[in-house]
Ligand binder design. Structure first.
Ligand code: TRP
Length: 469
């Protein structure tokens, strides 16, 4: 099987695709409003700490496991031991759950490309109302969600090297440039420095147990960790590729884009006297509002460019989520790629419809106090990804042999990784303990504690029945 596996066309192609998976709505939609809601600088500091200490190490661990086994998530864990299969299956479940709301927001981004250039910015006072009206409607957002999902199916259906890599190669650099242009423009505005201060000067009075779990969840979500995506990507890597430097590059790129998105957002917001804690609608309300101050010619162009970037970022991420789920049925159940992609997308489409409707006509329907959209977001971001990461650390640090990991990460000793011992210590002790502590305090202080505990119960059940998977 290993010999026949498709491989990445080039190293840069892999980095762009893996960075494309990491950089997404998490960086541009979620990061700014989560940072805003958690008080700015202090949240950023905790987030960066988790990214460097835990994020990088877990990413390297996922690459190593994937390449060592040459198998996608579930198969890779199964190869370590049958009782660990459920960790991979949990990842597949996470992929389904994330893809139960991701295409909805991806669809909004596509819609806002068109809205930007068709009069949205002409009436700045209406922009907030337009967003609320749009996302709570029953039909229009579903059409855009469908457009977004179909784009995914086409890219993933074409296969690894052909589809994902080509998309990443062209779309990622475009995203980077657009964000720099927007941030650069924002800096020239009066009072912009206040936004920079908000982002970089920590105010620890705003920090709670929830802040730490939010930062940890954001790190896992943004880096595409804790669910086997990077295991799957690693499984397509050539044996001579240096894993540690790839993990470092992807982690750095992802973090740069998140900070860049913050820099594109906060200075302009402060300049126009807007609230940083605006919530999930932030990007869709604030960005057009900000750009409406740019005048009738420039404004729509800037706004459309921004939402093209957001769509691009979302697409290169969602294709890898789809890939995690699709490759499970291809590798583990012997399904044809096309069949698998169609089957998996159909489930994601149903969940996405429910998510989208939960913001409107179905808003009364709650599962343990939360609507469908929030349930899917909460379970993955706050529970499954970080606990999935802890389980991965457990397997790497306590089940697999240290020498095997050392051989894999150093390419059989030909390219030694100087920090191996340090990395191993983090994986074996620091990361799993830190994750469990943060999760404990975050969950016990959360208003949706019941839902989170139910989510953990599902995880435990998966573990118990793992031998049948
Ligand atoms: N990292 C992606 C983003 O920031 C979202 C994501 C989470 C993801 N887990 C993933 C993407 C797994 C691909 C694979 O938007």
């Amino acid at each position: 099987m290993a010999q026949n596996r498709e491989q990445w066309g080039s190293r840069i192609g892999f980095i762009l695709a893996a960075a494309g998976s990491a950089v997404g709505l998490g960086n541009i939609w979620k990061f700014p409003y989560t940072t805003g809601a958690n008080g700015g600088g202090a949240f950023l500091l905790i987030y960066l700490f988790f990214v460097v200490l835990i994020g990088f190490s877990v990413m390297l661990g996922e690459f190593a496991l994937g390449r060592k086994t040459s198998l996608a998530a579930a198969g890779a864990f199964k190869a370590v031991g049958k009782s660990y299969t459920f960790i991979g299956v949990l990842g597949v479940l996470s992929a389904f759950l994330i893809m139960g709301f991701y295409p909805v927001v991806g669809g909004w981004a596509v819609a806002y490309i068109f809205k930007s250039v068709s009069g949205l910015l002409a009436a700045p006072d209406m922009i907030g109302g337009v967003f609320d009206g749009f996302v709570t409607a029953s039909v229009e957002p579903l059409i855009w969600t469908a457009v977004f999902l179909i784009m995914n199916m086409v890219i993933v259906g074409k296969g690894v090297a052909g589809g994902i890599e080509t998309a990443g190669k062209f779309l990622m650099p475009i995203l980077f440039i657009i964000l720099i242009v927007i941030a650069g423009y924002g800096f020239t505005l009066p009072n912009a420095i206040e936004g920079v201060k908000f982002l970089f000067i920590p105010d620890f009075s705003k920090v709670t147990g929830g802040t730490f779990l939010a930062a940890l969840g954001q790190a896992f979500f943004s880096l595409s960790l804790g669910m086997g995506a990077m295991v799957t990507y690693g499984s397509y890597l050539g044996k001579d590729t240096k894993l540690a430097s790839n993990a470092a590059i992807v982690t750095t790129l992802d973090t740069l884009v998140a900070v860049l998105a913050g820099l594109a957002m906060f200075p302009a917001m402060f300049s126009f006297g807007m609230e940083p804690a605006a919530g999930p609608g932030l990007v869709f309300v604030v960005v057009p509002q900000v750009f409406s101050h740019f005048g009738p010619a420039l404004g729509p162009v800037f706004s459309a460019l921004f939402f093209i970037a957001l769509t691009v970022a979302a697409l290169t991420s969602s294709v890898s989520l789809l890939e995690v789920a699709a490759s499970y049925f291809i590798d583990e159940k012997g399904m044809k790629r096309t069949t698998s992609v169609i089957l998996v997308s159909a489930v994601m489409a149903v969940l996405s419809v429910l998510s989208s409707l939960s913001l409107g006509v179905m808003s009364e329907f709650k599962i343990l106090g939360a609507g469908v959209f929030d349930v899917l977001d909460l379970l993955t971001d706050k529970i499954y990804l970080s606990l999935g990461g802890a389980l991965l650390c457990f397997v790497l640090g306590w089940v697999m042999k240290k020498e095997d990991l050392k051989a894999e990460i150093s390419n059989q000793g030909t390219m030694p990784f100087a920090l191996f011992e340090f990395w191993y210590f983090i994986i074996k002790f620091i990361a799993p303990i830190a994750i469990l502590i943060v999760a404990y305090f975050g969950i016990t202080s959360a208003p949706q504690m019941g839902l989170m505990i139910a989510g953990i119960a599902i995880m435990v059940l998966l573990g118990i029945f793992s031998r049948k998977l």
